[in-house]
Design a protein. Structure first.
Length: 257
């Protein structure tokens, strides 16, 4: 099926609903293309914004090893964005213009309020990446909490019905896992310092609800639509519950609960 006649669209959607996979853009219906591009754009924009926002933490790092870890995170997140952007290029996205659209390091005020379900600033980054980092502890805590969320979200997305995206995300997932582990190592050092645990607790209180919002609304109609297309499988609230459990376990281990 390579055209978008009504019969073809129905048959493609039935195929996807039964667990089928697509391997090339030509077989995608307009609705599927739109949802897939939105999903990929959110990932690319979040990785670019995360990389740019974390760059300042390189100079906040308390030692050489921490500086190396921060640099690695900044580099690899930009690389991950590039890999998925290449897939978007197959759908006609102008890759050359992509990096000219925004200053990815731009942030709102620390205490700004906005609807996390509404896109801000003209790009598709997750809402958490609109908020600024304050210092090394703040950056490490955010990296841990968001890293745990990313791990859960990637386990969901590597099952998606667009096989090229699933393959790329499968390659990315171990590196994102390592970013989170580097954050846990750094957080362990922080809580062992004078005043470190108190500062870390304050950062957890700030970032935890903002990271929770990245899972989206419960009982989401959009989730149901993506599920029918094979782009999603587990509900937003199920993923967030898994994340909350993982976060609580890590915080308890570090006496930050």
């Amino acid at each position: 099926m390579t055209n978008d006649s009504p019969a073809d669209v129905v048959s493609v959607e039935d195929y996807l609903a039964r667990g089928g996979k697509l391997s090339v853009p030509d077989n995608a219906s307009p609705r599927y293309r739109a949802e897939l591009l939105r999903l990929m754009s959110s990932f690319v924009d979040s990785e670019l914004a995360g990389s740019a926002g974390f760059a300042d933490s390189i100079n906040w790092a308390p030692g050489i090893q921490e500086r190396i870890a921060a640099s690695r995170i900044v580099l690899e997140k930009a690389d991950h964005a590039g890999r998925v952007l290449d897939l978007m290029g197959d759908f006609g996205t102008d890759k050359a213009r992509y990096n000219q659209v925004h200053h990815w390091s731009e942030r709102v005020a620390r205490n700004a309020k906005f609807d996390p379900q509404q896109r801000q600033g003209g790009d598709m980054r997750l809402s958490v990446f609109h908020y600024p980092l304050e210092d090394w502890t703040d950056a490490v805590v955010m990296n841990v909490l968001m890293g745990l969320a990313t791990g859960i979200q990637l386990k969901e997305l590597v099952q998606c019905s667009y096989a090229p995206l699933a393959d790329v995300l499968r390659q990315i997932a171990p590196r994102e896992q390592r970013h989170m582990e580097l954050g846990l190592e750094g957080l362990g050092h922080i809580v062992a310092t004078d005043g470190g645990r108190e500062r870390a607790r304050a950062c957890v209180a700030y970032w935890r609800p903002r990271v929770a919002e990245t899972f989206g609304a419960a009982k989401s109609e959009r989730f149901e639509r993506l599920q029918r297309m094979g782009l999603r499988h587990r509900a937003n609230e199920t993923l967030q519950a898994a994340w909350q459990t993982a976060v609580s376990g890590q915080l308890a281990r570090l006496a930050l609960a």
